[in-house]
Design a protein around this ligand. Sequence first.
Ligand SMILES: *Cc1c(COP(=O)(O)O)cnc(C)c1O
Length: 430
Amino acid sequence: MKTYRKSQKLFKQAEAVIPGGVNSPVRAFKAVGGNPIFVERAKGSRIFDVDGNSYIDYVLSWGPLILGHAHPKVVKALKSATEKGTSFGAPTALEVELATLVLKAYPSMDKVRMVNSGTEATMSAIRVARGFTKRDSIIKFEGCYHGHADGLLVKAGSGATTFGVPDSPGVPKSYAKNTITLPFNDLNALKATINKEWKSIACVILEPVVGNIGCVLPKLGFLETLRKLTIKYGIVLIFDEVMTGFRVSYGGAQEYYRIKPDMTCLGKVIGGGLPVGAYGGKKEIMSMVSPEGPVYQAGTLSGNPLAMTAGIETLKILSVRGTYKKLERLSAMLGKGLIDASKRAGVATKFYRAGTMFCTYFTDKEVFDYATAKTSDTSKFSRFFSGMLRRGVNIAPSQFEAGFMSLAHTEKDIEDTVKAAYESLKEAEK
Ligand SMILES: *Cc1c(COP(=O)(O)O)cnc(C)c1O
């Protein structure tokens, strides 16, 4: 029987000094009940909590750790980078190296700027798109999360969905009014809006696979039509690949679906577990960015040598031949196992996957947008979550988050996960 005494005690202390006891909302177990486990260390596919319990981990720091935790090569490179100094506020060769690796993987980008988070990346990309087009409005899709910048916290996914605060207090109405929100995968709504409003629309931003309401795939033709329409009306198309980048495939969703956006936002995997974001795009758009152009964007720690080092090591390992084949094989094995476990347990679920990101929804309806994702039985999910945690499997504490596979997961891990899932599903159904 697992006990969580130390975690409980730490959470009490944390609540006294940190809002909600956590530094990012979904880490609290608000959506599923109970208190979060406090992590002491992690290695490969496993995390270990302060009470000595261990878990097979499918959260992976919410996406970044595609190599698994504390990969020896990344740790070694970080140690030696640390010795040389942790920040200079001056250019380094490391920044050039990571930028070059990223541009090679994403041919739609001619230039890229490093920042410290995905939030910064999307916020900055939109500023550049507005500066470039001299238009003010943006289109986003319901359930797509693009970080917590003011204009983007409108019908956003992730914690915003979990907590039902799509419009956060503190975001001025005057600010949110420039954000047009449409249902994902709805071509009619998209066409009608663009045909009518195009003169004021600077950009369309989206997660090409929506990972912040689970895992919602684009319908056949959705991205293609979006691309055609945005070209026709001179609207900047921004793919927010902070989650999908190097996850759906090495070249992200844009490689997988063969669509070239005008701008791309990255984060998570490219930082290898350290705080990094990046945005880039076509030469004529990125030449707007200061100091080359007039659109201002800056950062004291941007391009930080430790963060660049972790990113470079991660991408180098990922670019070894056969890596994505292995990731695909492991992800497919887990997917098949989970679908099968649901059937055997007699629980109605829908499973979706794009590369190494996936989600099991507790619903019998097809999920293709925010509204259909919300048909999920979240109380059943909560029981499933608790069952998995008790059985030593760590999944995100919300129905509306994606799960992630890493290179460190073994077939044995997956077999154990499927077994735990079958038992937890049966429990959840009762
Ligand atoms: C995580 C995420 C962000 C925000 O990144 P942070 O580093 O948490 O600021 C933005 N967009 C998408 C698609 C994400 O998944």
